[in-house]
Ligand binder design. Structure first.
Ligand SMILES: NC(=O)c1ccc[n+]([C@@H]2O[C@H](COP(=O)([O-])OP(=O)(O)OC[C@H]3O[C@@H](n4cnc5c(N)ncnc54)[C@H](OP(=O)(O)O)[C@@H]3O)[C@@H](O)[C@H]2O)c1
Length: 316
């Protein structure tokens, strides 16, 4: 298989690309060349790297042709954020590829209504990112069902792994939250700390892309979540992290409106975004149709990132 991965040197690509190579795919990765994968792997020597700015080429209307020109069998699009961008790619590769896999997000659901949320739950996205991703999903599924576009959509939860900061138990990305838990200091959580987050290890995200490629006939025309086997409450996550540091969690609680007033704009925004979604997505469909089950629990996925933060002196 000749496989093109668009945006393949980040969280997902670090795990996905070497596994594709080992499965015998001839892999081309498109990126701006500004960053390297999080982990070294000899498999990257066999990967063709093409330097391209997708945003610039989308604006110029040339990106789709650039991808089609590589004559791929499979396209894995990890960085598509607008329906226009998806349309350009589809128009260029229609009828020429075997499988187009698109990376979405569980934010397409908007706030959780019933849990665990299934893939077929009616969409109520809010915020530009979730709204755009839901529009892309709608467009791709429509193209699949009406015009036979061979496409699959993968919706990850909060992607975690060694190399970057996982979402914290306060639903922010502020490292001070981990330091407070590490040192047994007081930590305020929003509301009663019972809203949820849905982490997933980047290796499991890579795994479901591979499972969808392997089960092409059942994967085509479908969307799949990829989250850990369980969602965690903010409170449960805080206790697990404190336990890992050998401390008691000293938690306090404030209504989110009051707590946000004490935070930076960035932390207040992240907290609101995550708490307002409170995702808790089902992995039943991936198990049923693809035989895929995540290897990491939510806490294991998050701890893999926290351990990296400690080992690399990012938190003391
Ligand atoms: N992170 C999460 O928790 C999360 C959760 C749910 C869904 N998702 C979805 O996951 C996807 C992102 O995957 P990821 O987390 O693996 O990404 P990532 O770690 O942010 O990596 C992005 C990749 O795309 C490349 N890139 C960025 N801008 C580019 C551009 N303009 N032109 C060409 N290449 C570009 C980057 O390399 P260069 O910088 O060198 O170009 C890198 O290879 C998105 O579709 C996102 O919606 C993420």
């Amino acid at each position: 298989m000749r496989t093109v991965v668009i945006g393949g040197t980040g969280h997902i690509g670090t795990y996905l690309v070497p596994q594709l190579v080992r499965l015998g795919h001839q892999v081309t990765v498109l990126s701006r060349g500004e960053r390297s994968p999080y982990q070294n792997d000899g498999a990257w020597k066999q990967v063709e790297l093409v330097q391209v700015d997708r945003a610039a080429e989308d604006a110029a209307g040339t990106f789709g042709e650039r991808v089609a020109g590589l004559e791929p069998d499979i396209v894995i699009d990890l960085i598509c954020f607008t329906e226009d961008s998806a349309k350009q790619l589809v128009d260029a590769v229609r009828g020429k590829i075997q499988h187009l896999l698109h990376c979405g997000t569980i934010w397409v659901h908007g706030p959780s209504m019933t849990v665990p949320t299934r893939e077929d739950t009616p969409r109520r996205p809010f915020g530009d990112y979730g709204i755009q991703k839901a529009a892309i999903e709608r467009y791709l599924l429509d193209q699949s069902r009406r015009n036979g576009l061979p496409t699959t959509i993968i919706h990850p939860g909060h992607i975690c792994g060694p190399g970057w900061t996982p979402i914290t138990p306060a639903a922010t990305f502020n490292l001070e939250v981990y330091e407070k838990l590490a040192h047994g200091r007081d930590l305020l959580l929003p509301n009663l700390g019972l809203e949820t987050i849905n982490p997933v290890h980047a290796d499991d995200v890579a795994g479901i892309f591979l499972a969808a490629i392997a089960s092409r006939s059942t994967a085509i025309g479908e969307s799949f979540h990829v989250v850990a086997s369980d969602a965690v409450t903010l409170r449960g996550y805080a206790h697990a992290v404190a336990d890992w540091f050998g401390q008691e969690a000293r938690l306090g609680f404030l209504p989110i409106g009051q707590l946000r007033e004490q935070l930076s704009e960035q932390d207040a925004g992240a907290m609101w975004d995550h708490v307002a979604h409170s995702p808790n997505c089902s992995m039943d469909k991936a198990a049923r149709l693809l035989g895929f089950r995540p290897r990491y629990s939510a806490i294991e996925a998050a701890l893999s990132g926290i351990e990296w933060l400690v080992d690399n002196g990012k938190i003391t």
